[in-house]
Ligand binder design. Structure first.
Ligand code: MEV
Length: 437
């Protein structure tokens, strides 16, 4: 039985590892060796990574890949992607190439409004509360002058504070719903700082509001936090071309286009398919969000909530054929930034921004939406033609070979052999075993 540890965070990295080793890894010195193998020999670089979070003991690598040939709004991009799933970058590259000579992708930011709420209780007279809010609103706004100063210079800041009565759903529950523009920043810290000051002003000023004094019922702050549901921070990306240009895998273009439209309709019809359909989209989106140092949990949460905004979880992409033109598009919320957070700190994030030609937040929203659309197109293209496993297993081949500790010669021979034979785990094991006997 391991004893609890106190002040763990105060220990040095070596001491932390020693503690882990003594308490959990006594029989596994290999793990400790591996932990240290993943330390960067450049001490300053390692220190930078150590300081991102608490209790860092090592680095956890994920591959950083690039998907070239993305024509977006007539600019050619190579998109950085961080992901562990073997087929994702290949699929994105494939879709980029496919649309390259068909006009590429068009993308457009539709809105950029973020939001957050001060959640509070009030069990007194609601009319008093409404009067108080109307009176206090200018003071609430001016209470964040100092915090907003720089954001305002960059064209952002608080847009409005709305009073919302949610007592129909939860007794005594109200919100100050605050909307913001945050420019090129994702803005989480800015929004949360504003909300906390607004909340304390709202609470403090209430002490001298006469009707509250008389009734002895005051608003009680529960919490103040931004919302990751950002349905007014939207981006749209699309591709289109005549169906005659869509001949794929020997399939007639019109038939292929109709199959894609049907596949999207199926994702719209049932959450079981929609979740997987959208998961494929998020393969692309998360990979770019991670590569650019953004918060993929925030994006995931917001996107999936948006996918169910009408009460049913449904497809994020849409497709139609009209007058012989195939159109395929996505619309989704993306609260991301190109300044602040890890963006100025992580050397590989800096690389990602250089590679993307230093996009602003809106351009990055467009790039990310396009990657999601491309990923969905690539998945559906395989699914409605040859099936997903052909490409997946081809990409997974190297993982299987590495799992079998294959030599470089074995790998080269296996790659050659499996160009003409279906890849499965057992087929690869047999291949390697035969080579070794
Ligand atoms: C796998 O990571 C993603 C797919 O399942 C997406 C889809 O089914 O559309 C291939």
């Amino acid at each position: 039985m391991v004893n609890p540890v106190s002040g763990f965070y105060k220990k040095t990295k070596e001491q932390k590892i020693k503690w882990l080793s003594a308490n959990y890894l006594a029989d596994d010195s290999q793990s400790i060796t591996i932990l240290k193998k993943y330390w960067n020999s450049d001490e300053a670089l390692q220190k930078l990574h150590d300081d991102f979070i608490e209790n860092t003991i090592s680095n956890y690598y994920l591959p950083l890949g690039v998907a070239p040939n993305f024509l977006i709004n007539d600019n050619l991009y190579t998109i950085p992607m961080v992901i562990e799933e073997s087929s994702v970058v290949a699929a994105a590259s494939n879709a980029a190439k496919f649309w390259l000579n068909k006009g590429g992708f068009k993308a457009q930011v539709l809105s950029t409004i973020k939001n957050g709420q001060v959640h509070f209780n009030f069990f007194g007279n609601v009319t008093d509360l409404e009067t108080y809010f109307a009176e206090i609103k200018p003071t609430l706004i001016s209470s964040i002058d100092a915090i907003q100063k720089n954001m305002k210079k960059r064209g952002g800041g608080l847009l409005d504070i709305e009073f919302i009565n949610i007592t129909d759903t939860l007794e005594g529950y109200f919100q100050l719903h605050c909307t913001f523009e945050t420019g090129d920043a994702m803005g989480a810290n800015f929004i949360n700082s504003c909300l906390e000051v607004i909340a304390s002003t709202f609470k403090n000023e209430a002490q001298s509001f006469q009707p509250f004094k008389i009734s002895e019922a005051y608003p009680e702050i529960v919490m103040s936090i931004l919302s990751n549901y950002v349905p007014d921070c939207l981006v749209r990306a699309e591709v289109s071309c005549p169906v005659s240009k869509l001949n794929v895998e020997g399939m007639d273009g019109a038939i292929f286009a109709n199959k894609i439209v049907r596949a999207v309709a199926i994702a719209k019809a049932t959450p079981r398919r929609a979740v997987t359909h959208n998961k494929g989209i998020m393969n692309g989106i998360d990979a770019v969000v991670l590569a650019t140092g953004n918060d993929f949990r925030a994006v995931e949460a917001g996107v999936h909530a948006y996918a169910s905004k009408d009460g049913n979880y449904t497809s994020l992409t849409h497709a139609k054929v009209e007058k012989g033109i195939f159109k395929f598009w996505i619309e989704l919320p993306l609260a991301i930034g190109t300044v602040g957070g890890l963006t100025n700190l992580h050397p590989l994030v800096k690389f990602a921004f250089s590679l993307l030609q230093k996009p602003n937040a809106k351009q990055l929203m467009e790039i990310i939406a396009v990657t999601g659309l491309a990923q969905n197109f690539a998945a559906l293209k395989s699914l409605v033609t040859v099936g997903i496993q052909k490409g997946h297993m081809k990409m997974h081949l190297m993982n299987i070979l590495n799992g079998l500790n294959a030599s470089e010669i074995e790998k080269t021979e296996a790659v050659e052999y499996f160009k003409k034979h279906p890849v499965s785990h057992s087929a690869v094991v047999n291949f390697v075993t035969n080579k070794r006997t």
